[in-house]
Design a protein around this ligand. Structure first.
Ligand code: GDG
Length: 516
């Protein structure tokens, strides 16, 4: 959709109207301003954009979000046939709504308070203001009767705000991170507003069945609404004038007590990756050559173990280092035989808990390397850097054992990327049972990362695993990841959202995008 003055305007008077709108904190493009003042919009090739690109193109879709720089007031534009609608965040919004409430209140709270959440009323007020801004932007560009899909924990108030402004819209929400048990969630001073915000959606998606269960329990505890499996009855307060329109909606019915209710569904849709694109990269001869080069550079040890994470306290990097350090100390492994490569990509560097984590991890790595490395063999190759996807796939191919030891993780895409890259049916995945991926990747070596002895045993089992066993397990993992990729995920969510009965359907969406 090109924005022109002639573009059919929605009734709210904005310049363009879209049938499908994705709303996320970050746009799928970053604004980069060069030294000479020229501006470039760089695509960040995340799984979400890959999944949604075809459906967005067919549906005349737009993406509403922040461009990643403070005070940016860019006008909407087109990139790769998707309309991009930027939302402005000021430096104050970034500090309070994003780094504060999103990343220092909600993130630790939703990850089972691994780090203590900080509660500040100013952060909450900023969160409300910014959510309102996102909702207004989405409302101003949505076509009459259109569909809006809101993404993630930064925007949990948007569904209710949007419904109040535009009751004609179908609204979906997907939470990429865990939803905690009520005993933890109830710490949040604004717990009721968050639940009410989310209930503005018609369909609320979670990574795991347990997350959806935690959410419906919170609804019962806080609001006493009736729930039936994944369905939640939200009582309606209907003004007499609105009644004919509301009552005609397929989602509205009369409950046993005679009250009009709107049915909201909360269920799990485990996210996935663009599996084929990882396999295609892994099959490239130059990337295979790079994988061999990586092993040579490490001194050709018998076993390469790998960790790839954003440097985040949820990922259990410290637990993994402790287990490996103890195996070296016990003499169960030596640096000539086994080496660990740990990519820890920089993340949220202005938040204090992340600065502290970096110090702790780097102290531990330094100690282990100091104690056990030799001139020719390093115990841990620690890389506090981001890499192109090609290099990540080369690392996946170069490693015999992949370590995913998250203490709590919505899904963990790294686990799926490793599996997708191993078209040779080799490699062992050690996977935390606290990552959402554990519900699907059942033939991984599942571990409780808090149990350091258990983790050490799993590492030794992975290191010693015979080829036949590795192949058997990897084949089963690959079947799942190849079968259920990110296109299938988005299709499952959208077709459920658009099917008022709530029956899952992987067949087609309204726009004809099938699940492949
Ligand atoms: C949240 C939830 C959920 C990392 N370093 C580099 C790099 N990465 C890529 C990985 C992977 C992605 O970043 C990280 O995804 P994860 O799923 O592992 O974790 P979060 O960032 O915490 O994501 C999580 C996810 O949302 C989706 O719903 O699974 O549970 O926490 O794709 O490969 N990519 C490149 N260079 C790096 O240095 N190219």
């Amino acid at each position: 959709m090109i924005f022109t003055d002639e573009t059919a305007a929605p009734s709210n008077g904005s310049r363009a109207a879209y049938d499908l709108i994705v709303v996320s904190n970050r746009l799928p493009v970053d604004k980069v301003t060069h030294a000479d003042g020229t501006v470039e919009w760089r695509t960040s090739p995340g799984g979400l954009v890959t999944a949604l690109e075809p459906v967005m193109q067919q549906a005349d879709g737009a993406w509403v979000g922040w461009a990643g720089v403070a005070d940016d007031t860019s006008e909407p534009f087109e990139q790769d046939d998707i309309s991009i609608v930027p939302v402005t965040l000021t430096a104050d919004d970034i500090e309070n709504y994003y780094e504060g409430f999103s990343n220092d209140t909600l993130w630790p709270l939703y990850h089972d308070v691994i780090a203590p959440p900080t509660y500040h009323r100013e952060w909450w007020e900023s969160y409300v203001r910014v959510n309102q801004r996102f909702a207004e932007k989405a409302a101003s560009v949505a076509a009459q009767g259109g569909t809006v899909w809101v993404q993630d924990y930064q925007l949990q108030l948007v569904p209710k705000m949007l419904r109040e402004m535009r009751p004609d819209l179908t609204i979906g929400f997907f939470n990429h991170i865990p939803f905690p048990a009520y005993g933890i969630f109830s710490q949040l001073p604004w717990r009721q507003q968050i639940i009410e915000g989310l209930l503005g959606a018609d369909l609320i998606g979670f990574q795991r069945a347990a997350d959806a269960g935690n959410f419906t329990r919170a609804v019962r505890r806080l609001l006493s609404y009736t729930t039936r499996g994944s369905a939640i009855d939200v009582p309606l307060e209907v003004a007499p004038d609105d009644e004919p329109e509301v009552v005609g909606s397929p989602r509205v019915s009369t409950a046993k007590n005679g009250v009009l209710v709107r049915t909201v569904n909360a269920r799990h849709f485990p996210i996935s990756i663009d599996t084929q694109s990882f396999e295609n990269l892994a099959r490239r001869p130059d990337i295979q050559a790079r994988a061999r080069e990586i092993r040579e550079g490490l001194g050709n040890p018998k076993v390469v173990m790998l960790g790839v994470d954003r440097l985040d306290y949820t990922k259990g990097i410290g637990h993994r280092l402790k287990a490996f350090g103890e195996l070296l100390a016990d003499g169960a492994v030596t640096v000539e035989d086994v080496t660990l490569v740990q990519v820890a990509s920089p993340s949220r560097e202005r938040v204090a808990a992340y600065q502290q984590l970096r110090d702790e991890v780097e102290l531990t790595v330094g100690r282990i390397n100091g104690d056990y490395s030799t001139i020719s063999h390093t115990a841990i190759s620690y890389l506090h850097q981001g890499y192109p996807r090609e290099e990540m796939v080369a690392l996946y191919l170069a490693s015999d054992v992949m370590l995913v030891t998250a203490l709590r993780d919505g899904m963990n895409l790294v686990a799926k990327e490793y599996v997708a890259s191993r078209f040779d049916n080799d490699g062992v995945l050690v996977l935390s049972e606290f990552a959402g991926a554990a519900d699907e990747l059942k033939t991984a070596l599942l571990v409780n990362p808090h149990d350091i002895d258990g983790l050490k045993e799993a590492l030794l089992e992975a290191i010693a695993m015979k080829k036949g066993e590795r192949t058997k397990r990897m084949r089963a993992l690959r079947k799942r990841v190849l079968d259920y990729d990110v296109a299938r995920w988005s299709s499952a969510f959208l077709s459920t959202l658009l099917d008022p009965t709530g029956v899952p359907s992987y067949v087609t969406t309204k726009w004809g995008a099938s699940d492949r």
